[in-house]
Design a protein around this ligand. Sequence first.
Ligand code: HEM
Length: 400
Amino acid sequence: RRRLLGTASAAGAAGLVAGGAGGAYGYAATTGGDPLTSVGSTAVPFHGSHQAGIVDPAQATGHLIAFDLAPGAGRKGAAALLRRWSAAAETMAAGRTPNGDNQIALDAGPSSLTVTFGFGLGFFAKTGLQNRVPENLAPIPPFSSDALDPRLSDGDLWVQIGSDDALVAFHTLRVLQKEAGDTARLRWQMNGFNRAPGATERPRTGRNLMGQIDGTNNPKPTDKDFAAKVFVSGKSGAESWLNGGSYAVVRRIRMLLDSWDHLPLDRQEMVIGRRKSDGAPLSGGTETTPVDLNKINKDGSLAIAGDAHIRVAAPASNGGAAMLRRAFSYHDGYDQDGTPNAGLLFIAWQADPFNGFIKVQQKLDRADGLSRFIRHESSALFAVPGGCAPGEYVGQRLLE
Ligand code: HEM
């Protein structure tokens, strides 16, 4: 009964067109039958001009892991590691068993597994490749509302794992960790989740832990300028290795859920500028109706408040700055004072972080009504190489 339903491009396009990344699922629910039977059999190709895990719909389970290169690993050690990691990721994404398997995912299909690799600034110093650091891989400037934990920030190497099955995701994590051997040491790990495919009647934009529909106004692969916003292109010389790649900004953003839950519904909706029930903008229409930032209510007030998140974050308020948000929620239990340690593993993808996350966060930092209910607790920026062809490994153009 199992069929291979949906390739990366079919699944990605369907999911994103249906309602944006961050929870829209592209499995073939429309073909009839039980959509759940397709979860295991959906495979996202590892090879391609871009790495998987950027444009594809965000999966039900995610692991974000940062590693630091061991002293002495050097460029040769890093290249061998990326070769091992790429081979293992390719094998598992196709639903095959990697070398020295531990049987954790033995009876599961690929379950939309994607593995994405990125390089932090420290990677270049430790591999003697300082002269190949891309210009835009500079430290993210501090923001006044930051409460960053350095132990959960930065890192030489970044791995993003996503799968619609939690055991497949954990299996991948263990295999890659084993393959790291003595070359790289784990620096931090974050575990996240999204709604599972099949949980809703039709694929639709997912909700975050504040209950909002999140991901609606993401750039769409069908937009004319999508690739220009998300992927690096046209670089020559020392940076040419990054063509086809992207920059990932990773921010672990805690939600102050107890304060949020005390806010009445109409106030919660004003904080974002959209209705909670269906994600429609407060300027009217449905979830996908363009936002009218100039609309005035009968009483003379702005329909989308001056400090509403979607006003302050919108490209129109930031000289066109845009990013693709592809997040996971997280919940790591409770702090001693009883407050939930939960929020968003916010991942922003853009061709230029200074004309994406950084420009927008500079504005949000000063003017966003949502900032009273969230706290940025960790931060990292990674240069994510383009995808590789069969027989190649991710990062080969930099490391060979
Ligand atoms: C839009 C939630 C942090 C950038 C939205 C929307 C929600 C939301 C519900 C409206 C639906 C949508 O278009 O996706 C949150 C939450 C956050 C958070 C809960 C933190 C926990 C951030 C950060 C940035 C950002 C840190 C960037 C620095 C944007 C952008 C939009 C957006 C660009 C689309 C605005 C538009 O053009 O309409 N966010 N957000 N968000 N958010 Fe956030």
